[in-house]
Design a protein around this ligand. Sequence first.
Ligand SMILES: NC(=O)c1ccc[n+]([C@@H]2O[C@H](COP(=O)([O-])OP(=O)(O)OC[C@H]3O[C@@H](n4cnc5c(N)ncnc54)[C@H](OP(=O)(O)O)[C@@H]3O)[C@@H](O)[C@H]2O)c1
Length: 383
Amino acid sequence: MAANKPTPTPTPTTPLTPTSTEPTHILFVGAGAVGCFYASRLHHPSQNIYTSLTARSNYSAIAASGVVLQTHSFGNYTFWPYAVFPSISAAVPNSSTPSTNHASSSQTPPRHGWDYIIVTTKALPDRSDDAALIAPLVSAKSCIVLIQNGVGVEEPYRKRFPQNPIVSAVTVVSAEQIKNGVIRQNRWTRISLGPYGTGLATPPSSTAKSAEVVQRGYERMEQLKQWWNKYGGIRDVETHTELELQTIRWHKLCINAAFNPTAVLSGGRGNADQLTDPELREHITGIMKEIWSAAPKVLGKPFPDNLAAPDRIIRSTERNTGARPSMLLDWEAGRPMELEVILGNPVRIARAAGVEMPKLQSLYALLRSMQKVREDKKATEKL
Ligand SMILES: NC(=O)c1ccc[n+]([C@@H]2O[C@H](COP(=O)([O-])OP(=O)(O)OC[C@H]3O[C@@H](n4cnc5c(N)ncnc54)[C@H](OP(=O)(O)O)[C@@H]3O)[C@@H](O)[C@H]2O)c1
């Protein structure tokens, strides 16, 4: 199999353009809605691009039947990844273990390591240090890509992997896993990519080394754009500078930090429904305005004109009836919510830049407490 052919060990600066003899191995960590959808559009054995998945609760379903995709954009199909692993540790390349020892060569992590590790778990830094979890997967040639909501998600990865290129990604997609191994993409495909350097507090060009890491981020990002676009049929893959991508992350908070927490705290109301209540509408507008005013102070630049202002976001949300945010679905299912990256990090990052965000802070305090009380109660019931 091509993926088991020996490949030269690239130096960190080697651009990874696949050739007929040099496969590219991409591992998605987190085989949920976003991971399976974008992985399925990146797997192109004919181009020597091999995509694998690290699954968890849905491992057996995917190992048995592949990933069944019901998509608005590409129709219905089954995606058979190059390999699916039941855990992160099972995906750790171990060059001392010859692949011929494995019963199935398709389950062997690539001997020369992962070229891309794409993290598509929910971002829950209060629950698990995912940067530490993926550390055994990362080698000098690995580019780490984070497709997750919120702000500040890259920081733990940059701290742990100072020499690896990091690509930060924001997606506008509506996808869900409707049962184990079955993913439904309801609409949209857009993915915005940007390199991540040393964070906005330290300009990435401050040292030759960090500038070089960012440069490699640019190269890897362009490669991903080309593959998703040319082979995966995703027309709206966008590439950005580090600052532009961080601006998109803060802009997306106008939706995620406004509607998601409010959906839970208002007793389960969807986004459009929230806007039919005058008091909730005023509250939503106030949160968006708070972000609109704070973000430029954090980023050092106002939001550009091409990003929708609060009134436009509100008008388009009103048309999107029936949408229920993921934070509400997580709360209703008893799962942890992405509170730190959507509320806690923005409040802390803004505070460090000398800006208070009292509305976000209130939402954060209330939801964090609701989650804690429920979990304490569950723990007591188990005793
Ligand atoms: N879905 C959307 O439409 C959408 C749109 C825009 C942005 N996003 C963002 O994209 C990110 C991913 O969202 P999602 O909807 O794809 O979430 P999801 O469907 O819950 O998928 C996350 C997957 O990660 C797995 N996982 C978590 N920790 C793991 C570990 N240590 N090892 C292996 N697997 C692990 C989970 O496994 P288990 O099932 O076992 O927990 C789950 O399958 C989030 O930040 C979300 O906010 C989602």
